[in-house]
Design a protein around this ligand. Sequence first.
Ligand SMILES: Cc1ncc(COP(=O)(O)O)c(C=O)c1O
Length: 339
Amino acid sequence: MQINLVSDTVTKPSYEMLQYMFNADVGDDVYKEDPTVIELEERVAAIFGMEAGLFFPSGTMANQTAIKLHTQPGDQLIADKNAHIFHYEAGGVSFNSGVSCCLIDGNRGMLTAEQVAAAINRPNFFHSPLTTLVCLENTTNIGGGACYEMEELEKIKAVCDQNGLKLHLDGARIWNALVAKRQNPKDFGKIFDTISVCFSKGLGAPVGSVLLGDKKTIQRALRIRKVLGGAMRQSGYLAAGAIYALENNIKLLTEDHRRAKELANVLKKKEWVEAIEPVETNILIFSLIPGYSEDVLIEKLKQKNISISTIGDRKLRIVTHLDYREVMHTYVVETLSKM
Ligand SMILES: Cc1ncc(COP(=O)(O)O)c(C=O)c1O
């Protein structure tokens, strides 16, 4: 039994999901003739109370399209110092949009309205880049699956409105936040100009994200997606996996969250663990005491068929997911307990 806790993107589609995909009704989506893609886009837009959605092959492309939509070359966006859009999208912010990032030292990947307000460049001071966009992540990835409170998001939105800034949400793991916080997706729809939501992480679909926004914005996004090479043909087969995930897998996220918390409780008792960040969803980040190398721990676990990863700074990350079943969890708990 191999147990991969490196990421929630390692899941494989179940037999039932593949059957559902196999039976999808498809057409050429570049001509907007794929009924399954249209169904997915409409359903996700309705869940968040937004006007329109657009299916993308990846979360990265959906985020990069949003940044392109809301900025002009030379502009600056505001994001957390560990934001996925900055660190893990291969420099796309500058490559695709010619935009710089003002990175903020947030709390577990989350910004406050005060921090956002303080990071906005004075619009009349022509020496500085013009701040036009704020990008938030929910849940946060390197921040350890942390979830924003709705009140803070509302305050950030007010700062954006006062300063004429657009607000984008990288919602790669928004489903985890909705389940953990029991929040209403429509509240997110009211706050953000665009939201990217992903199906190939906690929800276990093999491919796909949807970018949400108003009709005009999504119409413009169609052209950007085309430029980036993301317009696909019979992509209804892929969208069907996302529809299956929406209908069947959201409710399973609570199990991922429970297991991550239980692993944190085991690690808490270990003298070689220095600190554990609060576990709100399916991501667990912990650090080792000085002198205890991450590589040694990773190797020891590997010998027991358990894979976890380092995120640098003496920190390690464990991510629970759909393919991490109870039998595996029991084994990991036992193995860690004995170490
Ligand atoms: C927070 C966050 N945003 C965006 C992405 C990008 O998603 P994709 O791998 O589908 O491009 C990821 C991927 O792990 C992520 O963790």
